[in-house]
Design a protein around this ligand. Structure first.
Ligand SMILES: [Ca+2]
Ligand SMILES: [Ca+2]
Length: 271
């Protein structure tokens, strides 16, 4: 386990933070579930610790704070995802198109990840690190770099406090998304998908080596080593494919249907 680095905060300063925050969060040892709707909050803080209203997470700011950290507006965030009509996972699954993968033409650079979509100076990796830390993350400004926090990787249950051990996983990998329909998307749509922090299921902070083992594989070829999260993982996978109108190939669909039917028949998906 890495030793947590503690940097010395700079002098007290004033910081204006306008950010997009999830509502109250339920935190367990393996997952964080957002409850409520996304809302804008304004925090005016005069110390080195900023408590974000409506969230259980506060952010410890290190370094020189920018005058304006974020200007967030729903009208500037191009999210092309659909709202999943929630319900029984098998029913949601049955609405997903089954099609062959289209594997030609993929390049990771086509997805513009990571990007600072809302212009607050923090790219998607840093935003997910801040969101998924179960304690107040330490963030170095003005570059917006998360330097410490506490993360429980849901795939293997391992705790990390050094973000260098953490990678941000696209649950449905960019290549898998490309093969499943993103090959036909606009650049705006690809960018919105790759940097989607509007739904916690799309991106998550996990152990780097586990993410590398996963690569771009779908559930028929890779499942998390921690079997206790299999149902949740498959529910999230189905929700993401449905939200983004992505197809499944035959073996992927068959595997998911088999495991849910056998191991988690009552699994529900929230919208
Ligand atoms: Ca940002
Ligand atoms: Ca697939």
């Amino acid at each position: 386990m890495m030793k947590r680095r503690r940097l010395i905060p700079c002098a007290v300063f004033s910081v204006f933070l306008l950010s997009c925050s999830d509502g109250a969060a339920q935190v367990s040892t393996t997952s964080i579930e957002a409850i409520g709707t996304t809302s804008e909050v304004i925090v005016v803080e005069s110390s080195s610790t900023t408590q974000v209203a409506g969230s259980s997470t506060s952010i410890e700011v290190i370094g020189s704070a920018p005058e304006v950290i974020a200007v967030e507006s729903s009208s500037t965030t191009q999210v092309k995802a659909r709202t999943v009509s929630g319900g029984n996972a098998l029913e949601v699954l049955s609405g997903i198109r089954v099609d062959n993968e289209n594997q030609s033409g993929y390049s990771r650079s086509l997805f513009n990840y990571p990007k600072d979509l809302d212009g607050d100076g923090c790219d998607t990796r840093q935003e997910v690190l801040m969101r998924d830390s179960i304690t107040s993350p330490q963030v170095y400004y003005p570059n917006c770099v998360v330097v410490a926090g506490d993360w429980i990787s849901s795939y293997d249950g391992v705790h990390w406090d050094d973000p260098s051990n953490i990678q941000i996983d696209h649950v449905v990998a960019l290549k898998e998304a490309w093969d499943s329909g993103a090959w036909n998307w606009s650049e705006d749509n690809r960018t919105a998908y790759a940097n989607d922090t509007t739904d916690r299921r799309t991106l998550r902070a996990v152990t780097d080596r586990v993410n590398q083992q996963k690569g771009d594989r779908d559930p028929s070829n890779w499942m998390p080593p921690l079997k206790s999260v299999w149902c949740t993982y498959l529910g999230d996978w189905v929700a993401i494919k449905a939200r983004w109108d992505l197809s499944m190939d035959q073996s992927e669909f068959g595997f998911i249907k088999k495991v849910i039917t056998r191991s988690c028949p009552g699994l529900t998906i929230t919208n």
